[in-house]
Design a protein around this ligand. Structure first.
Ligand code: PEP
Length: 259
């Protein structure tokens, strides 16, 4: 099934008010690619200003707490993200799974809390280099997906999976085409086992060193329905050519927006 591609940027811990001009440049340019959904996940403190600067463009968070409210110092709830103007959030990024020791169960709870509050969700999974080299990448990532998925899917266009091999994030290394295709096919199979035919409608993004120079090749791989982009999403100069590459590999008109 041809799905509308989603190209989402993850600004990580980069971005000050002086960078709002870049958010605007990306949002303005993305309007020229109606066949692709585009989103930027910015630092929590920048969400409100970014959302105000680019009305109608999808601004997201990079994490969400699973609780509705409470004594969770420094954390941000789904309702707070919505209140600030976010329309989606990333959950389970490997940098949080590693540094904050987030478990699959927590990632699942975060995804459920975000969806229940009307946010779109990009749920990340991916293997370490050790696991890849031991030949256990597919089994490991499918098990991680299984344990991280929300029990109830709801609208399948509101949840996307990002396959991000940890060893490819920010390193300039990218798996070979066959390995990406094998992983995405395995993830698609598990999504269909979990959600039936609706599992065919969830987008599976690839993430890990996507650049203007390799984007078209990655988007041409079967079952790659978009990308989660870190470093190359920080400037319009690098991010817009990636959006253009998604557009040139076939676009699907109509609203499938995650946001
Ligand atoms: C990411 O942070 O999700 C990511 C894929 O980073 P990069 O594109 O820089 O590898």
């Amino acid at each position: 099934m041809a799905l509308k591609k989603l190209v989402a940027g993850n600004w990580k811990m980069y971005g000050l008010s002086s960078d709002l001009a870049e958010v605007k440049a990306i949002a303005d340019a993305s309007r020229g690619y109606a066949g692709v959904d585009v989103a930027l996940c910015v630092p929590a403190i920048l969400i409100e200003r970014a959302a105000r600067a680019v009305p109608g463009f999808a601004i997201g968070g990079q994490d969400v707490h699973q609780a509705e409210k409470g004594a969770h110092t420094g954390c941000v709830s789904a309702a707070m993200l919505v209140d600030a103007g976010a329309s989606l959030t990333i959950v389970g990024h490997s940098e949080r799974r590693e540094a904050q020791r987030e478990s699959d169960a927590e990632v699942k709870a975060k995804a459920e809390a975000a969806l229940a509050n009307g946010l779109g969700v990009i749920l990340c999974v991916g293997e370490s280099l050790d696991v890849r080299e031991a030949g256990r990448a597919v089994d490991t990532v499918v098990a991680q997906l299984d344990a991280s998925l929300p029990d109830r899917l709801g609208d399948p266009t509101r949840l996307a999976i990002a396959y991000e091999p940890i060893w490819a994030i920010g390193t300039g290394r990218v798996p070979v085409r066959e390995d990406i295709a094998e992983m995405h096919a395995a993830l698609r199979g598990r999504l269909m086992e979990r959600y039936g035919d609706e599992g065919e409608r969830l987008r599976i993004l690839y993430g890990g060193s996507v650049k203007p120079s390799n984007a078209a090749e990655i988007f041409a791989i079967p079952d790659v329905d978009g990308a989660l982009v870190g470093g190359a999403s920080l400037t319009a100069e690098e991010f817009v050519p990636i959006i253009a590459a998604a557009a040139s590999t076939g676009t699907v008109e109509g609203r499938q927006s995650i946001a």
